[in-house]
Design a protein around this ligand. Structure first.
Ligand code: NAD
Length: 264
């Protein structure tokens, strides 16, 4: 049986990578999907991909750092569908990828603005509608870098630690408000084969003197127990589960899908 029949699911960062995989899985489970991206043609391409196989999807072009645009997005979703059941905040950037001493103030602010503040803006825009119905699933996308930082990644690590903190604090507040129909959880992916990992490979592989495939395997995939990159579908499966009724008792968690990169 489909687990998301007639649910309305909003996925930021839905135009590529992990967000795209979630849009496809959610639609396959019967959801009406709202594909959100700052890149219009990528969002529409994913919505078309969903519709091409008989699913239901619309695309919205939104920069999640633009608070007014985020509020307008929520208004559009409520006007069109009358409710929101699932919010996934997958939009994110990789950050400066350099020493903290060489990270500019602008780079720092941009990473925090997209990954942490953008997550907050999106939750803030949709939460009142979930509170009204005491129903919803908030699924933030942190990272194992939100638990175990890597060097040359301080802005990203700080933003992803922040995402876990805000998600857990929100879950506590939902409990205080007796809104047990709403859960808030973070997913912490390990290294997933998406455009973000391609960008890291583009930056660091040339100096490594390894072939591109060797670099992906020896410098990235070897960091986990299974010695492999994850597929975006594997992260989407966790989100699909968290979105389901069976997962109603899971809240305030930061769940690793990381092939054993971190063990806590
Ligand atoms: N790929 C990995 O190994 C990995 C690991 C851990 C966590 N993550 C996290 O997963 C999430 C998805 O990343 P991905 O791997 O799919 O990479 P990705 O680059 O394919 O996806 C990021 C998406 O966010 C969108 N985006 C960026 N800035 C935006 C903005 N201001 N407004 C709206 N959309 C914006 C991009 O257009 C893109 O579609 C990110 O939050 C990332 O930090 C990825």
């Amino acid at each position: 049986m489909s687990t998301m029949e007639n649910k309305v699911a909003v996925v930021t960062g839905g135009g590529t990578g992990i967000g795209q995989a979630m849009c496809l899985q959610f639609a396959n489970e019967g959801a009406h999907v709202v594909v959100v991206s700052n890149v219009a043609d990528q969002a529409e391409a994913v919505a078309s991909q969903v519709r091409a196989v008989g699913g239901s999807a619309i695309s919205l072009t939104v920069d999640i750092t633009d608070v007014e645009a985020v509020e307008a997005m929520a208004a559009t979703v409520i006007e069109k569908f009358g409710k929101v059941d699932v919010l996934v905040t997958s939009a994110g950037v990789m950050g400066a990828r350099t020493f903290l001493s060489q990270t500019s103030v602008e780079e720092w602010r941009q990473t925090i603005e997209v990954n942490l503040n953008g997550t907050f803006y999106c939750i803030k825009a949709f939460l009142p509608h979930m509170l009204e119905r005491d129903a919803g699933r908030i699924i933030t996308i942190s990272s194992i870098s939100g638990k175990q930082p890597a060097a040359l990644n301080s802005d990203y690590a700080a933003s992803k630690h922040g995402v876990i903190g805000l998600t857990k604090a929100l879950a506590l507040e939902l409990g205080m408000l007796k809104k047990n129909g709403i859960t808030a959880n973070a997913i912490c992916p390990g290294s997933v084969d998406t455009p973000m990992i391609e960008a890291i490979t583009d930056q660091f592989q040339p100096a490594s003197k390894m072939s591109r495939e060797d670099f992906r395997q020896k410098a990235i995939a070897s960091a986990n127990i299974q010695k492999r990159l994850l597929d975006a579908d594997e992260i989407a499966s966790m989100a699909t589960y968290l979105a389901s009724d069976q997962a109603r008792g899971i809240t305030g968690q930061a769940l690793n899908v990381c092939a054993g990169t971190v063990l806590f």
